[in-house]
Structures are given as C-alpha cells and as structure tokens.
Design a protein. Structure first.
Length: 171
C-alpha cells in the first residue's frame, strides 16, 4: 500500500471527468486500497480517484469514527434521491481547512461495484449520503467550492494558491 499525492484546488486536473472502470482487476483493487490508506492518513471521510490524479470512476468512503466501515464504490450511479434536501458543512481533502454549506439530497440510493467487482446497492442518509454526492461530483470534475458564490470561490482560490506557494521548499 502507498500514500498517494492529493491534488489541491485549483489544480485543473481536478476538473477532468473520470472514465468508467472496465474491469475490476488487481490494479483497481490496489488503487482502492491506496486511496483508503491515503484518506485515513489525511483524516478524511471520502476520497475520489480524481483527487489522486487517476481519472477513473472509483470512490472510497468511511464515515465511521473507528475507521472500520470502508466503502469502495466503483462505477457508482445514483438510482434514487430524496426530494428533500439538507445542508451540511462540507470539507474536502483537495481544499484543506475550508468548510462551507452545500445543498444535497438528504437520502440517496447508489448502485456500484465493490472491491470484488460485484454490484451492490447502498441506501444512505446523513453524512454518508452527503459524502456519496460529494465524491460522485469529483468524478464529474466538480469540487464542492463550485457551489459557492464566485466571490467566495475566488477567495478560496487565492488562499489555496498562497498556501501551496508557502509550502514550497525554499532554496
Ligand atoms: Ni472532496
């Protein structure tokens, strides 16, 4: 297993649309395992392959306190979503230390392939439902800050670019 590099907003690679996974093979299982390890290490609750510069439809999620309920969603598709919406404070490993409210369906049903390639359905509400929608957005090249006002987004962009610059090793 390996810790992968997480792209930071506004890296243009975050806006690439991910392609379907044609075969759930060892390469994809290794990717999912590395993504889980990377997510846990970064103390996140979800990570999309797009964020580690792999543009294929793979998402990992674990919203449990003890990091013992990992979900691997390959080729996820929403098959149902509630008419009711919720607004939760969201964050993203690609936009560190920024949190803001985004409207999401309160409940969703997602169909996906697991790590073993077998299709399954998952009904979710609460944080898990929000997380599924957030990660599926990543696969479409969408980062949560794009739901915010242009002014807020510009501020975040400036902040992230400065942060990245400040972190550059000095010579
Ligand atoms: Ni994110």
């Amino acid at each position: 297993m390996a810790i992968l590099n997480i792209l930071r907003y506004p890296d243009p690679r975050l806006h690439r649309v991910a392609k379907p996974v044609l075969l759930v093979d060892q390469r994809i299982r290794d990717l999912a395992d590395d993504m889980l390890e990377t997510m846990y290490e970064a103390e996140g609750v979800g990570l999309a392959a797009s964020q580690v510069d792999v543009h294929e439809r793979v998402v990992v999620i674990d919203t449990s306190d003890d990091h013992d309920q990992p979900y691997v969603l390959i080729n996820p598709e929403l098959i149902a979503s509630s008419a009711e919406f919720t607004e939760a404070e969201e964050g993203c490993l690609s936009v560190p230390q920024i949190y803001d409210k985004v409207p999401r369906h309160s409940r969703v049903t997602v169909r996906a392939q697991g790590r073993d390639g077998v299709w399954f359905e998952l009904e979710a509400d609460g944080l898990l439902a929000v997380c599924i929608q957030h990660e599926m957005d990543h696969l479409m090249g969408k980062v949560f800050v794009e739901y915010l006002s242009p002014l807020k987004r510009e501020r975040i962009k400036t902040k992230m670019l400065k942060k990245t610059r400040d972190e550059q090793p000095r010579r």
